[in-house]
Design a protein around this ligand. Structure first.
Ligand code: 3AT
Ligand code: MN
Ligand code: MN
Length: 503
């Protein structure tokens, strides 16, 4: 950058070299993602499309059945239609092999929530390709969750005030919002957000490639997942969409590097807002802003988030690390592999919180674990009262303790010397909070603090791809050395440097 720009051509003399290098890095990044098995194969795509088609058929026969049950006139039964709209990562076209299918069922006015959860559930359960059905009724967006041909499906319901829903209903058309109930409105929000993003992004292919990269990065670095207080798919989609809007023609390599640069130094809590032509509100109606506010496009709402003090710091550390590392893009030793290197939990933390949930019945345990996960935010907040840092590790382990099916979580913890590691009171408070709202918990939950060497011999981290998708750690006793916080955002090389300076 110290080389002067050529006054005649207006170009940097090294421009050709830089452009070539950038192309090379972009190509190797595409290659890297492909090798990781992040882009689903043709067969997998076909399977997904089939699932959607089959679901559409099922909800069509469901709606006829419901119309008949409600004793509607013959003519109306004949015209009645319901449909399925894909949203989430599948709707955006950035799903990986292991992503679920988020499918919104949209029905006419006479089909109630009960018709959905009772009649449709029965119909679905009769299908031999569907298994592991369970209902999540008391969530902000109530839904059925099941496996269809081995793929996880999330199926919420929205009811419109029409007597028949066209197959490709335009959910941005205000005609359909008329008199809509609260739950249906919320259930539609994912579909709406997706549509807006797709409309606002100038170059779809570039956007998709960037989003795939940052999702993979967030997974390998352990900061993907709304329930554990990190970034969810929508959050990352909006963050990536803004970069795409600002730099529609940037290569993949520079988009990734701009992504890190932009968000590593973002002046939080200034909200991230897509350029959607909306005026910023003069009054902030949300009196409590999330720590990382990300506004939903075409709305004044923030995307719901569970980010806490610890997870905020972790995310920012990772962004800084990404930024520091992608600054080396033009250097010869640069390798994408380093950016996507799995986060080394077992070297970073000396203490871990073990959360074990056990119950006699497998199915009940699965449902209950789902409920407990939806309450993790309250646990993280409680932990932050007693320790300085809490890092919820993404993987859950199936285990078998005292003869019962058990699900175990291990979270990294950091204590200051003065802090007590007694967590009995937290366990009590959390159990109380859990039972508040879940009738009849089917098992027991236990919290304990372990040292690194008490962990199982190997742990895995699912990074979402097919091939190199899983990172395994052999946990040895030699790697217990913790890296001090102030060094953390630096890449290994610079870290050695600073450490050497200190000595
Ligand atoms: P995966 O590929 O499935 O991991 P995804 O983006 O599809 O990524 P989810 O399946 O968890 O993620 O979520 C599906 C959609 O549900 C995405 C979004 O439209 C809606 N949604 C989920 N969490 C939130 C949230 N916190 N705020 C607003 N919408 C959300
Ligand atoms: Mn999804
Ligand atoms: Mn989902």
């Amino acid at each position: 950058s110290l080389v002067p720009i050529d006054p005649v051509s207006g170009f940097h003399p090294n421009l050709t070299y830089l452009v070539q290098m950038e192309q090379k890095r972009s190509l190797s990044l595409h290659q890297y993602l492909e090798n990781e098995g992040l882009v689903p194969s043709k067969e997998e795509e076909l399977k997904r499309r089939n699932v959607i088609a089959k679901l559409k058929k099922i909800v069509l026969s469901w709606i006829k059945n419901v119309a008949w049950r409600h004793q509607l006139p013959k003519q109306q039964i004949r015209l009645a239609r319901a449909t399925i709209l894909a949203y989430g990562s599948y709707g955006l076209g950035v799903h990986g092999s292991e992503s679920d299918i988020d499918a919104l069922c949209v029905g006419p006015f006479f089909a109630t929530m009960e018709d959905f959860f009772d009649v449709l559930r029965d119909l679905l359960e009769k299908n031999r390709d569907i298994s592991e059905m369970h209902c999540v009724k008391d969530a902000k967006v109530p839904l059925m969750r099941f496996k269809f041909d081995g793929i996880s499906v999330d199926l919420p319901y929205a009811r419109l005030q029409v007597s028949s829903v066209p197959e490709y209903v335009n959910t941005l058309d205000p005609f359909f919002f008329w008199n809509i109930d609260e739950i249906s409105w919320k259930s539609l929000s994912g579909v709406r957000a997706n549509r807006c993003i797709l409309q606002l992004v100038p170059n779809l292919e570039n956007f998709r490639a960037l989003l795939r990269c940052v999702k993979f990065w967030a997974k390998t670095r352990g900061i993907y997942g709304n329930l554990r207080g990190f970034l969810g798919g929508v959050h990352l989609a909006i963050l990536a969409a803004l970069i795409s809007q600002r730099h529609p023609n940037a290569s993949l390599a520079s988009s990734v590097s701009i992504f890190f640069g932009t968000y590593a130094f973002w002046p939080w809590p200034t909200p991230v807002t897509l350029l959607d032509g909306m005026m910023p509100p003069t009054v902030d109606f949300n009196d409590i802003r999330p720590l990382m506010p990300i506004r939903l496009p075409h709305s004044h709402e923030y995307c719901h988030s569970n980010i806490t003090r610890s997870t905020f710091l972790r995310i920012r550390e990772e962004l800084l690390r990404g930024h520091a590392m992608s600054g080396d893009i033009f250097k010869s030793h640069f390798d994408w592999k380093n950016i996507f290197e799995p986060f080394p939990y077992f070297e970073r933390y000396a203490k871990f919180l073990k959360i074990s949930l056990s119950a006699l019945d497998h199915d009940k345990l699965r449902d209950w674990v789902g409920w407990v996960k939806s309450r993790f935010r309250t646990l993280i907040l409680k932990l932050e009262e007693v320790c300085s840092f809490c890092d919820p590790y993404p993987t859950e382990n199936d285990d078998f303790e005292v003869g019962k099916p058990t699900t175990v979580f291990y979270w990294g913890l950091e204590f200051r010397r003065s802090e007590s590691t007694d967590i009995k009171s937290i366990e009590e408070a959390f159990v109380k909070n859990l039972n508040n709202g879940y009738q009849d918990s089917p098992g027991t939950i236990k919290l304990a603090i372990l040292h690194g060497y008490e962990l199982p011999n190997s742990m895995q981290l699912n990074t979402g791809g097919r091939n190199g998708s899983k990172a395994y750690w052999e946990i040895s006793n030699s790697s217990r050395q913790r890296i001090p916080l102030y060094l953390r955002h630096l890449p290994q090389q610079s870290r050695d440097h600073v450490a050497a300076d200190k000595d």
